[in-house]
Ligand binder design. Structure first.
Ligand code: HEM
Length: 97
């Protein structure tokens, strides 16, 4: 996503440490939502993405990268649907315009 021409702006000029922290929080968040054992210490999705002006078009591109990743690792259908449905359920907290 950082290398994507449209989405890269969200991570432009951010320090490496902040990016690593966000990556770890993302792992914790997804593992916690999937039933653990990781404990999520970050902020909720609405609060942490509010004001970024993530658009419907940004979201569609993001979902394209998610699907490409699931393709890359040939994730089986049932697990794939679980991941996509869970992520899609957060859309309302992310997309502002
Ligand atoms: C187009 C889609 C998305 C964009 C552009 C985006 C962008 C970002 C950015 C820039 C941050 C850092 C915020 C900060 O340091 O203040 C962040 C944090 C985070 N994002 Fe996203 N995000 C997207 C979708 C998602 C999705 C779908 C999830 C999970 C299902 C997610 C989970 C998180 C988590 C767990 C954090 C850390 C929250 C915290 O710092 O407490 N993001 N996101």
């Amino acid at each position: 996503m950082r290398a994507d021409t449209q989405l890269g702006r969200f991570w432009a000029n951010r320090g490496e440490d902040g990016i690593k922290r966000e990556y770890q929080l993302l792992v914790d968040y997804l593992c916690n939502a999937a039933g653990g054992p990781m404990y999520y210490t970050g902020r909720d999705m609405k609060l942490s993405h509010q004001g970024m002006r993530i658009s419907a078009s940004d979201w569609d591109i993001f979902m394209g990268h998610l699907n490409a990743t699931l393709d890359q690792f040939t994730v089986p259908r049932a697990e794939r649907d679980d991941v996509v449905n869970f992520v899609q359920s957060t859309r309302g907290d992310m997309v502002e315009c």
